[in-house]
Structures are given as structure tokens and as C-alpha cells.
Design a protein around this ligand. Structure first.
Ligand code: PCA
Length: 215
């Protein structure tokens, strides 16, 4: 069995992207008979989906976990929902800034993650890692990739394939340039992704636990 784990290249003038730094550390890791295959995805609208599609076609994975940087967040955050909107606050790495365009014209407004997001949060917290469910993946390339992944699963599935998206904080060396913003050490993020992978493989039916927000 194969698991596709994706991280992004750096964007927004950063020298690195913690998602790729953590994901690449897990390339080749074997978890309960499943082998992790790490891939780096461009931070470019459109191209990111082509790269994801090619990796899925090549590997035919049972599970796809896409990871991205969410600067300013303080926890590991499994995303609940991908929305069918591209609305760039900044340009992507190809200089494009779509505004209020659908990720896929004619596709549904949104898709839910097929990861056990509540169980992942429960197991991360039990493992000593701050984590919460997030109800928005934003409207930039991360949401774009997440939506493209869930649309692929809905329309052209690899049989039995599940997938979802997890946002992670800045690394300390990034946050040092933005006084006051939170960060998480790379070793902690890597440990968190190991937990998220193991839980995603083990839990088919998500747990019913409160994880919502008032606003
Ligand atoms: N984070 C961006 C895109 C790439 C990444 O790592 C986002 O949250 O959309």
C-alpha cells in the first residue's frame, strides 16, 4: 500500500516551506505496511493540480495527505472543508492572482475531507502536540490543491482512495522575522505528521467529539 504525502515549495518570499521540510523527512517511512511517498508541489494555481494528478496516476495511493504552511497559526490543523474558489491575496509563484474564480467550473461549491479529522486532533493532543480542526483552508493554493484532490476523489477515484489537507505553523526561523507570531519546531511537526498518517490509516469512521467553533 502507498501513501502520497505532499508539501509545497516556498512562496511569499520565504526561503523554505515547513510543509516540504517535514514531508521530505518522511519519504520512504513505512507505517503499518504502507509506504510514504513524498512529493513537492509548486505553489502555482493550476500547475499544482497537474502535479498532484500525475503523482496519483503514478503511485495509485490508498491515501493522500496534502500539507501546507499556514503562517500565523499556532497548531497543527486538519482542514474540514475545501471550497470551489480561488481568491489570491498575493500572487502565486508564477505571478498569477485569480480573484473569485472557481477551482473547477461546474463542480460543487465544496467538498469535505475524507480524513478522520477529529481522531487526528485527538491523537495529536494525546501525543503532546497542539492541534485543532480548521474550518477554512483559505482561498489560496492550499485550498486549491485540497479542492482539486477531493474533486479527483469524487470524479476519477483510485478505488478506495481517501484524502485531505493539514495546515501547519511557521518554523521558528520563519517566525523570528515576524515578532509575536507562533511557530512549531520541525521535529514536532514531523512527529505530528507521523501521528496523522497512523491515525488516518487506522481510523475509517471518524470519532464523534466536539471540535467546533462559535465564529
Ligand atoms: N501555503 C499556502 C500555499 C502553499 C502553502 O504552503 C496556502 O495556505 O494556501
Amino acid at each position: 500500500m502507498k501513501l502520497l504525502l505532499t508539501g509545497f515549495e516556498p512562496f511569499d518570499k520565504e526561503a523554505l516551506n515547513p510543509s516540504w521540510e517535514a514531508v521530505r523527512a518522511l519519504d520512504g517511512w513505512r507505517c503499518e505496511g504502507t509506504v510514504v511517498h513524498a512529493r513537492r508541489i509548486s505553489c502555482v494555481f493550476g500547475a499544482a493540480l497537474g502535479e498532484l494528478d500525475a503523482a496519483i496516476d503514478e503511485l495509485r495511493p490508498q491515501l493522500v495527505l496534502a500539507i501546507g504552511q499556514a503562517g500565523g497559526r499556532s497548531e497543527i490543523m486538519p482542514e474540514r472543508v475545501a471550497i470551489n474558489i480561488d481568491d489570491g491575496r498575493i500572487c502565486d509563484n508564477a505571478g498569477c492572482q485569480p480573484i473569485d474564480e472557481p477551482v473547477v467550473a461546474g463542480a460543487p461549491a465544496a467538498y469535505f475531507s475524507s480524513l478522520p479529522i477529529k481522531a487526528i486532533v485527538r491523537d495529536l493532543r494525546a501525543g503532546g502536540v497542539p492541534a485543532s480542526v480548521s474550518n477554512t483552508a483559505g482561498t489560496f493554493v492550499c485550498n486549491h490543491l485540497f479542492f482539486g484532490l477531493m474533486h479527483r476523489i469524487a470524479t476519477r477515484p483510485v478505488p478506495g482512495m481517501r484524502g485531505g489537507f493539514i495546515h501547519i505553523p511557521y518554523l521558528p526561523e520563519q517566525a523570528a522575522r515576524f515578532p509575536g507570531l507562533p511557530s512549531m519546531a520541525l521535529d514536532t511537526v514531523i512527529a505530528a505528521l507521523r501521528i496523522a498518517v497512523a491515525t488516518s490509516l487506522a481510523v475509517r469512521e471518524d470519532v464523534r467529539e466536539s471540535g467546533g467553533q462559535l465564529s
